[in-house]
Design a protein around this ligand. Structure first.
Ligand SMILES: CC(=O)SCCNC(=O)CCNC(=O)[C@H](O)C(C)(C)COP(=O)(O)OP(=O)(O)OC[C@H]1O[C@@H](n2cnc3c(N)ncnc32)[C@H](O)[C@@H]1OP(=O)(O)O
Length: 342
C-alpha cells in the first residue's frame, strides 16, 4: 500500500507498534500534528483494504476505532531501498484483550481474558512471502504469548491455513461465539481461566462475546458462522496448495436457546408503552378527582350550613354544640360562606 507521504518518516522501525495514542515509540521525523494526520490516514486505508480482502461490509480497523479501544496494532513496512523517499506498508496485525466465555473440551463455560487476534492483513501482492509470519512472530514476542493461548476473532480460511502451517494449530475447540480457540488454549496459561459454577443457567452466559465484527452483524444478517453462505466460503480464494481447513461446527442448539431467552425489542417497547399508558391514565383520573373535591367542598359546606339552620328544626339534644342550637346571624353565615369559598 503506497501513500503520498514518506512512510519512513513516521514509522522508523520495520515493524511499528501503535496503541490508542497513535504515537510510535520512536518519535516521527515530521511534526507531531503532521505525523498524527499521516498515521490516521494509514490506519484508515489499511483498515479499508483489510475489510475488502475479507469481504466485510465495513472496516473493523480505523484510526478512530484505535483511539477508542485498548488495542495494539503492528504495522509492517517495506524496508527495501527502492521504497526510499515514500515507503510502502506491507500489512498489519491488530490484537487486544477481551473477556470471553469459552467452552472447554467437556463443554464447561470458562471465563477467560485472552489476547485476541482481531484483524490481520497482508497486501494481496505480497501474500505467501512470509510477511504474515514475520509480523505474527514479532507480535508473539512483544506480547509474550504462546500461539495456542490466543483467541481468534472469526478467522478466515487463509488465516486458519496460516495458523496450521506455521504453528501447527488445527484442533479447534468448538465455541458458541465468534472466537476460535485451539487445543492447548487451557494448558499452561499464565492467568488460568475461571470455571463458572456448573449449574449456572444458560441464559446468564453471553452467547456471543463482544467481537470486533459484532457491529457489522446487522448488515450481515445472522451472526457468523450461520451467515456463512457459498460466497464467504469462497472468500479464502486460495491460490494453491493449502490444505482444506476443518470448519468450526457451532453449537446451534445453544445459540437458538439463547436467542429464545431474549425478548424481541419491538415487544419490549410495546410492553413498556402499555405500562406508561396505564400509569398516565391513573394519574389523570386522580388529578380530576382532586379538582372535583376542591371545587365541590365549599359548596357542600355551605349547603350543610344552610340546611341545618333554615329548613330543619333545631336539634333537640342539649349535648350538641351550642352553635347548632341557635340560628346564626346573617353576617356570620356570609362570613362562613366567604371563608369556605376561599
Ligand atoms: C481475525 C482475522 O483477522 S481473520 C482475517 C485474516 N485476514 C485475511 O484473511 C486477509 C487476507 N489474507 C491475508 O492478508 C494473508 O493471507 C494472511 C494475513 C492470512 C497471511 O499472511 P501471509 O503473508 O500470506 O502469510 P505467510 O506468507 O507468512 O504464510 C503463508 C501461509 O499462509 C496461508 N495462506 C496465505 N495466503 C493464502 C491463500 N491465498 N490461500 C490459502 N492459504 C493462504 C497458507 O497456509 C500459506 O502457506 P502455503 O503457501 O504453504 O499454503
Amino acid at each position: 500500500m503506497e501513500f503520498e507521504f514518506d512512510i519512513h518518516k513516521i514509522f522508523l522501525e520495520p515493524i511499528t507498534k501503535l496503541d490508542s495514542t497513535l504515537l510510535p515509540q520512536r518519535r516521527p521525523l515530521v511534526s507531531s500534528s503532521e505525523a498524527e494526520k499521516q498515521i490516521m490516514k494509514v490506519l484508515d486505508d489499511i483498515g479499508k483494504a483489510s475489510a475488502k480482502a475479507q469481504r466485510l461490509p465495513a472496516p473493523i480497523t480505523s484510526a478512530s476505532r484505535m483511539q477508542t479501544n485498548q488495542h495494539h496494532l503492528y504495522i509492517l513496512k517495506d524496508c527495501t531501498p527502492k521504497t526510499a523517499g515514500r515507503g510502502l506498508v506491507i500489512g498489519f496485525l491488530k490484537v487486544g484483550y477481551k473477556k470471553l466465555f469459552v467452552l472447554d473440551r467437556k463443554g464447561s463455560h470458562i471465563e477467560a481474558e485472552p489476547l485476541c487476534i482481531l484483524d490481520f492483513y497482508i497486501h494481496e501482492s505480497l501474500q505467501r512471502h512470509g510477511f504474515g509470519k514475520e509480523l505474527f512472530g514479532f507480535m508473539l514476542r512483544i506480547e509474550q504469548v504462546e500461539p495456542q493461548h490466543l483467541a481468534i476473532d472469526r478467522p478466515s480460511e487463509k488465516f486458519l491455513s496460516f495458523l496450521w502451517k506455521h504453528y501447527n494449530l488445527r484442533a479447534v475447540i468448538p465455541q458458541v461465539n465468534n472466537f476460535v480457540i485451539f487445543e492447548g488454549f487451557f494448558r499452561d496459561r499464565k492467568a488460568p481461566g475461571r470455571k463458572l459454577p456448573p449449574k449456572r443457567a444458560e441464559g446468564e452466559i453471553k452467547p456471543y462475546s463482544l467481537s470486533e465484527r459484532d457491529f457489522l452483524r446487522h448488515e450481515e444478517g445472522l451472526p457468523w458462522p450461520f451467515s456463512q453462505g457459498q460466497s464467504s466460503l469462497n472468500r479464502a480464494g486460495s491460490l494453491g496448495s493449502s490444505p482444506t481447513r476443518p470448519r468450526v461446527i457451532p453449537r446451534e442448539d445453544e445459540f437458538v436457546k439463547s436467542l429464545r431467552t431474549c425478548r424481541p425489542h419491538s415487544l419490549q417497547r410495546a410492553a413498556n408503552g402499555e405500562q406508561e399508558d396505564s400509569s398516565q391514565r391513573r394519574r389523570t383520573r386522580e388529578e380530576r378527582l382532586q379538582t372535583l373535591v376542591r371545587v365541590m367542598t365549599p359548596f357542600v359546606i355551605c349547603l350543610l350550613f344552610l340546611c341545618s339552620f333554615t329548613s330543619f328544626p333545631a336539634p333537640p339534644s342539649p349535648f350538641l354544640h351550642p352553635f347548632l342550637l341557635a340560628p346564626p346571624s346573617r353576617s356570620l353565615l356570609s362570613l362562613l360562606l366567604c371563608l369556605s369559598v376561599i
